[in-house]
Design a protein around this ligand. Sequence first.
Ligand SMILES: [Zn+2]
Ligand SMILES: [Zn+2]
Length: 403
Amino acid sequence: MTEDIKSIFQEVQGLTESLTEEIIATRRHFHQYPELSWQEVKTSEMLVSQLQDAGLECQNGICGTGVTAHLRGDSGGRTIAVRADMDALPINDAKDVPYASRIPGAMHACGHDCHMAVALGVAKVLNQLSLPLPGNVKFIFQPCEEASPSGASELVKAGVMEGVDAILAFHVDPELPVGKIGLRKGLLTAHCTEFRLKIRGKSGHAARPHQAVDAIYLANQVLMAIYDSVNQRSRPFVPAVLTVGKMIGGSKANVIADLVELGGTIRTIDDRSLAEITTDIERKVAALTSAAGGSYEIEYPVPVPSVKNDASLINMVADVTASLWSEDRIKHLDKVSMGGEDFSWYLKKAPGALMRLGTKKPAGEVTFLHSGNFDVDERALPLGVVLMSMYILKYLLAERLPL
Ligand SMILES: [Zn+2]
Ligand SMILES: [Zn+2]
């Protein structure tokens, strides 16, 4: 058995090269046929068919559309998981490319098509490797990263992390050049709390507001007040963001509305800020609605906790990257992202690392995540397969595989 890192690396590169066309075709297939959160039925079927064709033991229908697959070594050893999310966003694809989405109102605008294609590539490469696997690899294909209830929290409740010692994942990064990987130890993403707020008034004729409680007027006051909560309650140097992304109310121009519904999100990086902001919001909403003779209801669906990357796994990833490629490949991320990632639920069960995979084309404008013109430089995909395969092998071989 060869346990020389350079020869394993060469074999992984060779296997990946022979699979590159297939990896890109798979990504394009997912890109053309995106499915929204919790509706990833065809996506799940495609994953199962590719995993079974590659000879992997696999389980589907987990929490609906979730899929897991296993590669088991002969001699026990540790188990490392790789997570790929599966869902698309309710956005129209605005790109003019042959692989643009064929489904109106759905698009892989967050790169989850790439995450699945890379994870499938890793499964095939590791399965074909001549080196007997010195441990086990579990592939977790997760529904619904983009909506609530989060797919990760549901899969964790269903037990997918049982027996898993560590977990890794990539997220594409359209601002990071292709060829680079973004790493950060500890806190990587914000804690995200959604809120759904109903402001109730009393309907009446538009000509006689004194007989009614105008929920639209009241919601407007509430909106101003809650945006101020972040300005007034968050501490300097501790980032916090509040955005109201949805506001629905009223039915007719000459009828005073009795109900307005608001939906928003609060992002913070510590629990204390979050508690202070939510307390302040409720105090203001209660005061304003009761002063006007209205009422309110507020709900917070299950929040998405912060991703906190394990420092020793990030060190391992950085060592593998620097010794097999070069230090230049690594971008050390100095700031926490105010975005959310439900990868954090897996980290409640085992240490893990979420890494940014650079997908920015060398020329041209950045196409941002969650936008209709989002796209990736597909050269990132085979590179992602080689990187992830080597991280997994290093983890499983540990000290037996000196760099
Ligand atoms: Zn997203
Ligand atoms: Zn995403």
